[in-house]
Design a protein around this ligand. Structure first.
Ligand code: ATP
Length: 252
């Protein structure tokens, strides 16, 4: 029996008030792949993530996770099936320290199966997980600092640690380098590369730093005006004349 793709969309579309935001997107992401999603501003990249994660409901087509149609599942139930996501805007608790921020995510994951009696044990486990996840993103030395006092680059690392604490098998990263200084880009790139390699998870990465995407991913999906223009290896996609005129021609 063949393994179903980790993520598949078929004929996926979203029309709002007559505006066609996403049109007929067929995308298949095998388990373990790192897929880059690129395209000019407004191409539909975040909308694609919103439809996959359940933030938005499609007006056409389907979304499958591990071969199963998840149309009827809420964001939370998709998350319980192993789908994890970061957002363009920060979703951290600024007054809490780093361990607490990550611990809450870990505890929320455990909470679903946790009884009141098991709470102290689960709480200890969540702290160990939190410290481990902070180590994975190189933030152990800042464990007791309030999240609000971190640099922008370190906040993006913390967001990844929060995500790792939920132990996802499919990870959607929405512009993880947005707003960070160029000095932080190599460190964040390496964290994403290591996370993918060591966890063997499936990663979908929306990112405007095109050279970062091309150096990291197995394949690149190019979005343009809500459509999937191309999806292939970085070499093939970047040599594609349609992609060059549609995407690079707009100077995105
Ligand atoms: N809820 C909504 N209602 C109306 N229009 C929307 C809605 N959500 C997104 N859009 C529009 O859909 C288009 C695609 O937006 P989306 O945020 O998915 O693009 P994007 O490729 O992620 O862009 P960026 O790179 O700037 O983040 C844009 O023109 C946007 O204005």
């Amino acid at each position: 029996m063949t393994t179903p793709p980790a993520v598949a969309t078929r004929g996926l579309g979203l029309t709002i008030g007559g505006a066609r935001i996403l049109v007929d997107v067929d995308l298949t992401v095998p388990a373990g792949e790192m897929l880059g999603v690129i395209g000019p501003n407004g191409a539909g990249k975040t909308t694609l993530f919103n439809l996959i994660s359940g933030v938005l409901r499609p007006t056409a087509g389907t979304v499958e996770l591990d071969g199963e149609d998840v149309a009827g599942l809420s964001i939370t139930r998709r998350a319980r099936r192993g789908l994890g996501r970061t957002f363009q805007t920060s979703s951290l608790f600024p007054q809490l320290d780093l361990v607490e921020n990550v611990r809450l995510a870990s505890q929320a994951k455990e909470g679903a199966a946790m009884s009141v009696l098991a709470f102290p044990l689960a709480s200890d486990r969540a702290t160990v997980t939190a410290r481990d996840c902070l180590a994975q993103v190189g933030l152990s030395h800042l464990e007791t600092v309030a999240a609000g006092n971190l640099s922008h680059g370190d906040k993006r690392k913390l967001e990844i640690a929060v995500l790792l604490a939920t132990d996802p098998s499919v990870i959607l990263l929405d512009e993880p380098m947005a707003g960070v200084g160029s000095g932080d880009v190599p460190g964040l790139t390496e964290i994403i590369r290591r996370m993918h390699r060591e966890r063997g998870c499936t990663v979908l990465l929306v990112e405007h730093h095109i050279e970062v995407v091309l150096g990291l991913v197995d394949r690149v999906a190019v979005m343009h005006h809500g459509r999937l223009l191309a999806c292939d290896t970085p070499e093939v996609v970047m040599a594609d004349a349609t992609v060059q005129s549609a995407y690079l021609g707009e100077g995105a």
